[in-house]
Design a protein around this ligand. Structure first.
Ligand code: 5GP
Length: 178
């Protein structure tokens, strides 16, 4: 079980996409969320987009391995597909926030937690702005959360700085021995 966490805008999506290009045998978990889709996002590919009620049902029915509220929306990892792949000895990657990473570590201590860090906060801010997906308020919330997430560095098994995507992916592959 590989968990990749790190502040919003650090480039988790890009790094994970490139990791899967290089290692297509890894299973990437598709999360559920109550956030609305962005223009370039597809249902069940990027996320399974749920209503608040549907998300609540998922919690009640214990369908989620972990879940957390992030910047005003709920996000969670569906339990069944992940457990199925792990049972078949397949490597699984979760791209989730700090709260979720902590829950996974508690439930599965053998999980390998990687913190993806930006080269600097200024660069993170620049990446978030240039992505153009957030309102100014949402951007501020995400930057505040980012500072908090970066303080949790010691809780991770490894830290990778995402300056250059290819370099970050190579480091990840070396760390994971895959
Ligand atoms: P975004 O709205 O930018 O897609 O995601 C916001 C944050 O939620 C990111 O840090 C992302 O990694 C995290 N996230 C995405 N899916 C999950 C999930 O299933 N569980 C948790 N805990 N966080 C998630």
């Amino acid at each position: 079980m590989i968990v990749i966490a790190g502040p919003s805008g650090v480039g988790k999506g890009t790094v994970v996409k490139e990791l899967l290009n290089k290692k297509p045998e890894i299973f990437l978990s598709v999360s559920v969320t109550t956030r609305l889709p962005r223009p370039d996002e597809t249902h069940q590919k990027h996320y399974e987009f749920l209503s608040q009620d549907q998300f609540k049902q998922h919690i009640e029915q214990k369908k989620l391995l972990e879940y957390a509220q992030f910047a005003g929306f709920w996000y969670g990892t569906p339990r069944e597909p992940v457990e199925e792949k792990l049972a078949n000895n397949q490597n699984v990657v979760l791209e989730i926030d700090l709260q979720g990473a902590r829950q996974v570590k508690t439930e599965m201590p053998e999980a390998f937690l990687v913190l993806l860090k930006p080269p600097s906060i200024q660069e993170l801010r620049r990446r978030l702005i240039s992505r153009g997906t957030e309102s100014p308020e949402a951007l501020d919330t995400r930057l505040q959360t980012a500072l908090h997430e970066l303080e949790a560095e010691k809780e991770f098994d490894a830290v990778v700085v995402n300056d250059d995507v290819n370099q970050a992916v190579s480091e990840l592959i070396a760390l994971l021995h895959i």
